[in-house]
Design a protein around this ligand. Structure first.
Ligand code: 13P
Length: 271
């Protein structure tokens, strides 16, 4: 591995945990990483109702807190929505954008992901933009074109300087919550293709090339567990994990964080 990209282990708790349960789990994660060296960046993404409790439980620790979604506007008559200002003011540092469940069930589109990405960057939130193909798309040989389109659409109107903090998660939809992990070498291949998509996006018409894609942490998500995290993280283009089910208990999640630590040890600057 020849990278100084950050290693990131993020837990997407989806619609699980009351605020009390969330505080308890966050405290167990904080306790589990306390005093450890070579830690990856650990990000906990509870539901909106538990964000305050998890911000409290992680205060003073290295564990970061992310939201699972947000609106792109600062305020207004948008019943049920949460703004980037509200998140950043409460100590939330990260936000997941364009998760496939939002695309599938809640009308998220490539263009709303783009608006949200711009808003997150403007408000200093670290965006974790999710991309990935459905089973149908994979079986029709459309994986690369779908992922390329999602990445390029997310970046619309942005400059290289804007995306310094951007994180991308490759989450093949068919691997989410199914126990079917994408083969690590295939996930690595798609991650590499995401990097070249970003480079191509910022290449100029005058022919100058971009290398910004090499600096973006790319996470893999989809049935990540302690038993498969190492095979993913030892590949050169996978810089971390976005974990669903296995992030819902400390005994499942802490060993995945340890997998992240093993990658940090291999690439000492990647912490
Ligand atoms: P699982 O780890 O449960 O497959 O979920 C992955 C995911 O969607 C994380 O965002």
């Amino acid at each position: 591995m020849s990278t100084d990209r950050k290693t990131i282990i993020a837990g997407n708790w989806k619609m699980h945990k009351t605020h009390e349960e969330a505080a308890e789990l966050a405290s167990a994660v904080v306790k589990g990483v306390e005093g450890k060296s070579d830690l990856p960046e650990v990000v906990l993404c509870p539901p909106f109702t538990a964000l305050a409790a998890v911000v409290d439980a992680t205060r003073g620790s290295s564990v970061k807190v992310g939201a699972q979604n947000m609106d792109y506007r600062n305020e207004g008559a948008f019943t049920g929505e949460i703004s980037p200002v509200m998140l950043s003011k409460m100590g939330v540092t990260h936000v997941i954008l364009g998760h496939s469940e939002r695309r599938q069930f809640f009308g998220e589109t490539n263009s709303t992901v783009n608006l949200k990405l711009k808003a997150a960057l403007e408000h200093g939130l670290v965006p974790i933009v999710c991309v990935g193909e459905s089973l149908d798309e994979r079986e029709s040989g459309l994986t690369d074109s779908v992922v390329r389109r999602q990445v390029a659409a997310a970046l619309e109107d942005l400059t290289e300087a804007d995306i310094e903090t951007l994180v991308i998660a490759y989450e093949p939809v068919w691997a989410i919550g199914t126990g079917k992990t994408c083969e690590a070498t295939e996930a690595n291949r798609v991650a590499e293709s995401i990097r070249s998509t970003v480079n191509d996006f910022f290449a100029t018409e005058a022919g100058s090339k971009s290398k910004i894609g090499e600096t973006i942490p790319i996470l893999y998500g989809g049935s990540v567990k302690a038993s498969n995290v190492d095979e993913q993280l030892e590949l050169p283009h996978i810089d971390g994990s976005l974990v669903g089910g296995a992030s819902l208990s400390a005994p499942d999640f802490l060993p995945i964080i340890e997998g992240g630590s093993r990658r940090v040890k291999l690439t000492p600057s990647a912490s």
